[in-house]
Design a protein around this ligand. Structure first.
Ligand code: HEC
Ligand code: HEC
Length: 159
């Protein structure tokens, strides 16, 4: 795709795709966008996204974490809490325990959130293909991490 469009064409394409996605997502998309905006405003003053991307919590876990950040000085209004927690759970939600969990959080959340992975159930062979194409995208995995992750993904995000 990158190579087919000039800069302007590429942006036009992205704009149209984003408009279509926003239309399709409707209310849910608005709510998610609002949650993301709240996070950007309230959570990135003291640290970057990385500590958020490397956690995987459910609603109770994120509520505790956000409350502990508020104690440190983060500002989140009561009105904004539900949208923020929803967004955090949707994008950085709980993951099954297992050897691959840490690899997934450390290696795979650099370029996109976990939503991609949840939407993409595959068998072991399919995950091997996906991981190989992620290596081409620039993901960094040792051979050992590759094997651990294929196992973990096929077991927990299999078909
Ligand atoms: C006033 C500064 C401040 C703001 C604003 C802030 N944080 Fe933090 N956050 C910290 C500090 C300091 C640490 C590292 C110390 C610690 O882990 O307790 C941290 C660590 C974290 C961690 C990693 C915790 C761990 O145990 O590894 C997460 C997750 C996190 N913040 C999430 C958030 C979220 C979500 C928000 C927005 C609601 C937020 N932070 C806003 C100061 C802040
Ligand atoms: C260096 C950036 C980067 C890293 C790190 C990365 N990805 Fe990706 N990933 C991408 C890009 C870019 C796409 C979109 C590629 C496309 O649509 O063709 C993508 C798409 C995906 C998809 C959707 C594929 C599809 O066919 O729809 C899955 C699943 C995925 N990544 C899983 C992973 C896993 C698991 C890891 C951890 C090993 C990972 N990614 C690490 C960049 C990355």
């Amino acid at each position: 795709m990158k190579h087919l469009f000039g800069k302007t064409g590429q942006w036009a394409f992205i704009t149209v795709a984003m408009a279509a996605a926003a239309f399709a997502a409707g209310q849910g998309g608005d709510e998610a966008a609002r949650g993301e905006r709240i996070m950007n405003n309230s959570c990135l003053g003291c640290h970057d996204l990385r500590p958020i991307q490397t956690q995987a919590f459910d609603a109770a876990g994120w509520t505790m974490m956000v409350n502990s950040m508020i104690e440190k000085g983060a500002q989140v209004s009561t009105d904004d809490m539900p949208a923020l927690i929803n967004f955090l759970v949707r994008s950085h939600g709980p993951l099954p325990d297992g050897a691959g969990k840490a690899v997934l959080l450390n290696r795979c959340t650099i370029c996109h959130d976990l939503e991609r992975i949840r939407r993409h159930p595959s068998d072991a062979e399919g995950w091997e293909d996906t991981l190989s194409s992620m290596l081409n995208e620039g993901a960094m995995l040792t051979d050992q991490e590759f094997a651990i992750l294929v196992n973990y993904l096929a077991r927990n995000f299999g078909q």
